[in-house]
Design a protein around this ligand. Structure first.
Ligand code: ADQ
Length: 469
């Protein structure tokens, strides 16, 4: 069996796992069999940068990491990846901040990744690259003579040509994506948007169903492969944690009232401003729920060095203060708000206690919180999921209460409907949702991707691929 080599921007080192938010580490746990290699950035900034590769082993998996210099970190990670690509891929052109020197830094770090990874590779390794930070990596590896099969999975949405082409140098990035053998997306609509970009920008018209096409003699296949969770494992955690200390304290603090929950990274893509406004509307429009329900929002701080995230946090602080000032009673707070990550087990228990989950991103590649909430429910008394139509998960989880995340009144109304929903309807919806969440697991996600990658043709050395830089 070929060895799996996973490459991602940030390697979640075994020595530092804890309450960290982030979907990838969770999703790949199953795919990383003993013998696998995970390569990427250590999370450290140092003067030596990528000059040394640090190796760690844990449970048979080797973790190989490099550092970045401060200036590479700024240009590659903070500015281009998170200041240009992230807003672009979430349809937020108004937040896109492109500078050519940042793009040069992005390319340079991808070159450093390739240079450090290449000596660790064996001829038949399957290389699986993750996410928007590393779009040029296959081109850089090919330039070093690597002929292995290389796949890429994008965890964010992909955007139609009218948006994609707003990014300066988008043509280069599209050409880079086309040097992978397999390019994976969460949903049919991202897959279609990518193929539209290929058609419009390269004049190649791929078959929309099987996603195969050839660019400069290189066969590429775009696939749809929605990410999932280990639903049974998560349900087990939820059952245990719902009887644990944290859930007990939360339950006691609620008295006779019910709980609604939101759990996200503190990111503008997650629709928190609109959600908080909706919570205000909910208590204004449906005063019968005051004192009867509290909303708990857990929002792990993220990318705090960026202005857009600092502004978001200030705005959320303001709305929380305003809402609580307006509706609180001396013994009841409508909106509880924490800006840090919470342990997975604790979250699972909180999900099981909650009568409602409000998952309303303005755009989201998939959104695993929606799936975790479904997995955590008590089958005899399940809660209700309110889900944005612009989360990738909405393509699968059609029995949720689907809302437009820009419409605060609609979210407020869905909260009211969800709280009033009869047990029979809750069970019916939950059973359909649960069937899907339990079938589309994290294991299925990685098996499907790696099967496609394993069947791709090995690349003969092709000097012309080196020309794409
Ligand atoms: P994220 O944007 O990080 O991931 P999401 O999928 O919702 O978003 O969450 C990932 C994980 O982080 C989940 O397991 C969740 O429980 C955990 N998490 C989120 N907030 C947390 C908090 N406050 N405390 C503790 N844990 C928290 C990116 C894409 C998503 C895509 C995933 C996987 O943006 O669209 O679903 O990758 O592909």
């Amino acid at each position: 069996m070929p060895r799996l080599v996973v490459v991602s921007n940030r390697v979640p080192l075994p020595s530092e796992r804890g309450a960290k938010a982030g979907g990838l580490a969770v999703a790949l746990t199953d795919a990383l069999q003993p013998g696998s290699l995970w390569f990427g950035w250590s999370g450290r900034r140092s003067a030596r940068g990528s000059a040394t590769t640090h190796m760690q082993r844990s449970e048979g998996v080797t973790y190989a990491t490099i550092d970045l210099t401060e200036s590479d970190y700024q240009s590659f990670y903070v500015n281009f990846s998170n200041g240009a690509l992230w807003p672009l891929l979430h349809f937020r052109l108004g937040l896109l901040d492109f500078k050519s020197e940042d793009y040069d830094g992005y390319r340079s770090v991808n070159r450093q990744f390739a240079a450090a990874l290449q000596p660790l590779l064996r001829p038949d390794d399957l290389i699986w690259v993750h996410d928007y930070h590393l779009i040029p990596l296959a081109s850089e590896l090919r330039a070093l003579g690597v002929t292995n099969r290389i796949g890429f999975f994008l965890h964010t949405p992909f955007v139609p040509p009218a948006i994609f082409n707003a990014l300066p140098r988008s043509a280069e990035l599209l050409a880079n994506l086309c040097t992978y053998d397999i390019v994976g997306f969460h949903t049919r609509s991202y897959h279609a948007a990518f193929l539209d970009c290929v058609a419009e920008n390269l004049g190649i018209h791929p078959d929309p169903d099987d996603g195969r096409f050839v660019v400069r003699g290189h066969a590429v296949r775009a696939i749809v492969d929605p990410i999932g969770i280990d639903a049974d494992g998560f349900a087990q955690r939820a059952i245990i944690a719902a009887n644990g200390t944290d859930a007990g304290m939360l339950r006691d603090s609620l008295g006779k009232g019910g709980l609604a929950i939101g759990v996200d990274r503190l990111d503008y893509s997650k629709g928190l401003i609109n959600r908080f406004e909706a919570i205000g509307r909910f208590f204004a429009n449906y005063p019968q729920h005051r004192r009867e329900v509290s909303f708990l929002q857990i929002a792990a701080r993220s990318r705090e060095e960026q202005g857009a995230y600092q502004r978001l946090r200030r705005e959320l602080d303001r709305i929380v203060g305003d809402t609580n000032g307006r509706y609180s009673e001396f013994d009841w707070t409508p909106l509880r708000y924490m800006t840090r990550a919470v342990k997975r087990d604790t979250l699972a228990g909180f999900f099981r206690l909650s009568r409602l989950a409000v998952v309303t991103p303005l755009r989201d590649g998939m959104n695993l919180v929606a799936k975790e909430y479904v997995a955590a429910q008590d089958p005899d008394n399940p809660g209700v999921l309110i889900l944005s139509r612009f989360a990738g998960a909405a393509e699968e989880l059609t029995e949720a209460l689907i809302v437009n995340p820009y419409d605060s009144d609609e979210i407020a109304e869905a909260m009211h409907i969800g709280l009033a929903m009869e047990l029979e309807e809750r069970k019916e919806r939950w059973e359909s949702l649960h069937t899907k969440v339990a079938a589309n697991t994290a294991r299925r996600f990685s098996t499907v991707f790696l099967n496609h990658l394993g069947r791709a043709d090995m690349q003969p050395e092709r000097p012309h691929l080196r020309a794409i830089s």
